[in-house]
Design a protein around this ligand. Structure first.
Ligand SMILES: Cc1ncc(COP(=O)(O)O)c(C=O)c1O
Length: 406
């Protein structure tokens, strides 16, 4: 089961809803609760698996997987995505505990699952959309345009026009070409200058692709003034999978410098600070960095000096990493001689999901996945190869693991 981020289930993935363990008698239905009465869920959705009243400590994911298998039938050949809405709820609470004055805007690209989006919407979150498609998805779910930041700094002209037609005004940029497109298509847009970050220690650095360098800030502000555009604030991203909260220090200082430069030019007071994504999805990881970020934010952008400032963030992995689990099936196997000439036989397992589907996170996000067999066997581990379902010869081993009793 995939325990990391970007669980982008394949088109044909079926879906089941997993209710988290709850103490006996506390499974009330409410908008913010992951536990809904079975009858209500069954009315709303036809394909649903509901678990109620699991005891704390039970392996809820495994139990949910077993229910899902029963629900869809063990002969079903498509992968199944288990969505853990309870994790979404507890992540919202965790966020609020450490960064209460920063409103999270979920980075939809991390897992555009509608159940997750609805849960976040009901929990008061905004949304970071990087594409027109993501914007359409969240709007269809009733999200207000005012709760969306269009975060791609380089957008096609027609997509900027689409944002305009939907009333989405807050959007990022990091270059002058983008400014000229905005001036032509949507001069009323509220712009966030995305500044570059030193992000070499992050799991997925982004600074090679996005972010304006310090030497360009002045020229970009000049163009904004010349084109009579609206600079609303500053955004940055310290790289996805941030391991060092100290990277927020120079990023926040840079943001402050842009605020100073704008004020020096007589531009209207900037009103948005967007501190991007990067926050780990596990509780311990987040708790290690969030208080450090909170301290820096309070020092560099104090409430007393910036009382009207809207502080937002774009967490993706933080909400998605442990809110989805993949139930994938071995549908074929073969034993073949090992390629190392040892004469050993190696088992090849063929899974119904692979690198072109849910496991693309291995390629794009450097994720290590930790599979857990549904049937536990008591035999020694032996090396094996796992392949996805395509006929492609590329991508020899989906997961670099040993399995028991091959
Ligand atoms: C602009 C932007 N914001 C937010 C995110 C989410 O980052 P993370 O998952 O590290 O929180 C990304 C990820 O690619 C991004 O490109």
């Amino acid at each position: 089961m995939d325990k990391d981020r970007h669980i982008t289930g394949p088109e044909n993935a079926q879906e089941a809803v997993l209710a988290l363990p709850t103490k006996k008698g506390t499974g009330k239905s409410s908008k913010s609760s992951c536990i809904a009465p079975e009858s209500k869920l069954h009315r709303k959705r036809s394909k649903v698996t509901v678990l109620k009243g699991l005891l704390p400590g039970e392996d809820s994911v495994r139990v949910a997987a077993e229910h899902a298998l029963k629900h869809f039938g063990s002969s079903a050949d498509e992968p199944i995505q288990l969505i853990d809405l309870g994790n979404v709820v507890s992540q919202i609470q965790l966020w609020q505990k450490h960064l209460p004055n920063v409103r999270p805007h979920y980075a939809v690209k991390c897992c555009p699952n509608k159940q997750i989006i609805k849960q976040l919407r009901d929990g008061g979150c905004g949304f970071d959309c990087a594409t027109m498609q993501e914007i359409s998805t969240v709007l269809e779910l009733g999200v207000s345009p005012a709760d969306i930041v269009y975060s791609h700094p380089c957008k096609p002209r027609s997509h900027i026009a689409f944002a305009k037609s939907q009333g989405i005004s807050l959007m990022s940029f990091d270059n002058d070409v983008e400014l000229r497109k905005v001036a032509a298509v949507y001069p009323e847009a509220q712009l966030l200058l995305r500044v570059v970050c030193e992000d070499s220690s992050a799991q997925c650095p982004m600074s090679l692709k996005f972010g304006a360098k310090r030497d360009n800030w002045s020229a970009l502000l000049d163009i904004i003034q010349e084109l009579q555009l609206n600079l609303a604030g500053v955004s940055f991203h310290v790289g996805s999978g941030c391991k060092d909260p100290e990277t927020f220090e120079p990023a926040l200082q840079d943001a402050r410098e842009v605020f100073r430069m704008a004020s020096e030019r007589g531009m209207k007071d900037l009103r948005v600070l967007d501190i991007g994504g990067g926050y780990p999805g596990d509780r311990a990881g987040y708790e290690a960095i969030a208080p450090v970020i909170a301290e820096k934010l309070a020092r560099l952008f104090p409430e007393c000096e910036f009382p009207e400032l809207m502080r937002i963030a774009e967490p993706g992995r933080f909400f998605a990493a442990n809110s989805g689990h993949l139930l994938t099936k071995v549908y074929a196997k073969a034993k073949l001689p090992a390629t190392d000439g040892s004469g050993e036989q190696v088992c090849r397992y063929y899974l119904n999901d692979g690198l072109y589907g849910s496991f693309n996170c291995i390629i794009y996000d450097h994720v290590s996945v930790c599979p857990e067999p549904m049937r536990r066997v008591d035999s020694p581990e032996v090396p094996c190869a796992l392949f996805g379902p395509t006929c492609d010869g590329w991508g020899p081993n989906v997961l670099d693991i040993c399995v028991q009793g091959a």
